[in-house]
Design a protein. Sequence first.
Length: 297
Amino acid sequence: MCEITLSIVIVSWNTRDLLLQALDSIYTAPPPFPFEVIVVDNASADGTVEAVQRAFPQVILLSNAVNMGYAKGNNQGIERARGAYILLLNPDVVLPEGGLEKAVRFMEQHPDAGALGVRQVHPDGTLQRSVRGFPTPLAVLWELVGLSRLFPKSRFFGAYRMTWFTYDRVAQVDQPMGTFLMLRRQAVEQVGLLDEEFPIFFNEVDWCLRCKRKGWKIYFTPEVEIAHYGGASTSQVAPAMAWESRRGLLRFYTRHYGGWVYAPMRLLITLLSWPYAWWQARLRRQRCQSKSPIGRT
């Protein structure tokens, strides 16, 4: 039996101020059960390590000499964790008072839950669409050719981004965003760690798929609502992330849809994915420039 109820794992890369805010939201109103916080810093150059040591000496701090990636960093935290539940938490999140207690209670009330995601909002309170279906070749094809946008309420054409999902009820889902993903230790022991061949994107998608294949259920609950600033690390290299996202998707297909039956669909999506990545990289580059002093008019 675990002496620690909850282990919170946070991987950080140059997100000092947001990380400190996240830690403050944990320790200002801590849960009423034994917990631990493990911060894995991926060679930040903004003074993250020193700031955490100074402000939160109770945090277990793992400092990497080089950026090991998101998947590897989380795995380091998971291997160090002692809790019955393990929360993978992004550093750009503010937790509500009582949120951790509600999430753990949900897991205790649903012993078939291998993982849990929660409702996410922007800092201004507007909803973030944080739940998706698995990116099957057909679901992503509808996304790439625009049918999901033409028919946003269709469960068939909108199967990937789940544009029809209302976020107002408890539901079984495929893949909640990894911003806040609470895992059951028994599920981790059966499913394994995050696959480090997905260093940034699609590692939690791959894990959720493997989790469901092992017979566990994955839930979403609106009972916990977190504020998510979004893209704190990836926005620092936004254009490159568009390409990395496509690489992650194609790697996901090779892993889970590698049979000859899917070969024509894989080829078509590959051909469509790189123009899509170019377009996304261009948009992200323009957004970055508009936010920089040089880019402002």
